[in-house]
Design a protein around this ligand. Structure first.
Ligand code: NAD
Ligand code: WQD
Length: 338
């Protein structure tokens, strides 16, 4: 049994990963400032697993507070989810994004180094590929970002690579997630976006639950099979399990290694709308609207490195992603605050 520190563990992907860690027998310490989440997610994780989470309300910008966490617990490895993630907001508040995501990560790395804990799994993103040079995307594809949020991911990847080059003993896995959707099958934990969702799946589900009138499909003139944007949607439980696989293999992977976590399947907006309509049991209203600024035609993973290095691949299909997301949305129309 290991003790894992999970930063941002109250959030969407974090809470699902904490659940899997507890079920696998790990001890879990969470730090989160609850900037974009609720501690209710962790209470529900505890109820689902029958195990306890050691929760600390802490901002990663509080460097001294982080040191205390490492003094209080013998942490074997860290999974680092904490960060701000809204692309549009990052273009309006770049300093906030750079400070929170990059300074927060520097503090974490410093605290880990001081404590002699050198195993890290970091939440990177397919956003580091920008407008992809080709699909499916392999980890060797060109890295380029088009917004401050993406730039923070790229910088953090670089910082981790430099650190692992400069000092021996680090095992850092930079997991590049594609498009996480879905929820735990219990319907008790899931994604709880604040305000109007930017992402496709939460928006469709808010249409389904009657909070939004119709889905705007941003463009039907993309160079894709049906003209709508293509992405690699991955069930959040598959993603969570990818983190456990990464932790298990980290000892064999010295340095800093970037790995895509996707399914390898390109799914269009219309495909997703059809699957969501089937899960909900009626045709959800939509209309075509002009392309969204900054969007790209297609982005999906070559998922073979994760299979080869971690022995992990995704299992859930789009129908299951929609069914599980719908179960969560239907039972919690107002997220955790309801
Ligand atoms: P989320 O917002 O639900 O979770 C992030 C958590 O970090 C929140 O609970 C938030 O309160 C916390 N946090 C933010 N800044 C903090 C700070 N300074 N100190 C302490 N806690 C802080 O987001 P998520 O969807 O679960 O994403 C988790 C990670 O995965 C993020 O780093 C995100 O950038 C990355 N990611 C997400 C997606 C996606 O589409 N959801 C895709 C690729 C990568
Ligand atoms: C998916 C597709 C839209 C909403 C973003 C971030 C990325 C990553 C994941 C963190 C696109 C279309 C969407 C809507 C629509 N996050 N769409 N109507 O753009 O792939 O990625 O989230 O790292 O960094 O950029 O995801 O869910 O916003 O969009 O037609 O109301 O759905 O145009 O084709 P995206 P998304």
């Amino acid at each position: 049994m290991s003790t894992i520190l999970v930063t941002g563990g109250a959030g969407y992907i974090g809470s699902h990963t904490v659940l899997e860690l507890l079920n696998a027998g790990h001890r879990v310490v969470v730090v989160d400032n609850l900037d974009n989440s609720s501690a209710e997610s962790l209470r529900r994780v505890e109820a689902l697993t029958g195990k306890t989470v050691e929760f600390h309300l802490l901002d990663l910008l509080d460097r001294g507070g982080l040191d205390l966490i490492f003094k209080r617990h013998r942490i074997d490895a860290v999974i680092h989810f904490a960060g701000l993630k809204a692309v549009g907001e990052s273009t309006q508040q770049p300093l906030r994004y750079y400070h929170n995501n990059i300074t927060g990560t520097l503090h974490l790395l410093e605290a880990m180094k001081a404590a002699g804990c050198k195993t890290l799994v970091f939440s990177s993103s397919a956003t580091v590929y920008g407008d992809p040079e080709r699909v499916p995307l392999t980890e060797g594809c060109a890295l380029r970002t088009t917004n401050p949020y993406g730039a923070t991911k790229l910088w953090i990847e670089g910082i981790c690579r430099d650190l692992a080059k400069a000092e021996s003993g680090w095992h850092i896995l930079l997991l590049r997630y594609f498009n996480p959707v879905g929820a735990h099958e219990s319907g008790r934990i899931g994604e709880d976006p604040q305000g109007i969702p930017n992402n496709l799946m939460p928006f469709i589900m808010q249409v389904a639950v009657g909070k939004r009138e119709f889905l705007n499909i941003w463009g039907n003139d993309w160079a894709t099979p049906d003209g709508t944007g293509v992405r690699d949607y991955i069930h959040v439980v598959d993603l969570a399990k990818g983190h456990l696989a990464a932790l298990a293999k980290a000892p064999e992977l010295p340095g800093a290694t970037a790995i895509n976590l996707g399914t390898g399947n390109g799914i269009s907006v219309l495909d997703m709308w059809r699957a969501a309509s089937a899960a909900v049991g009626r045709e959800l209203p939509y209309r075509f609207a002009p392309r969204r600024p900054g969007d790209i035609a297609a982005c999906y993973a070559d998922a073979s490195l994760a299979k080869n290095l971690l022995g992990w691949s995704a299992h859930y299909n789009v129908a299951q992603m929609c069914t599980d997301h719908w179960r969560w949305q239907q039972a919690n129309p107002n997220g955790y605050s309801g």
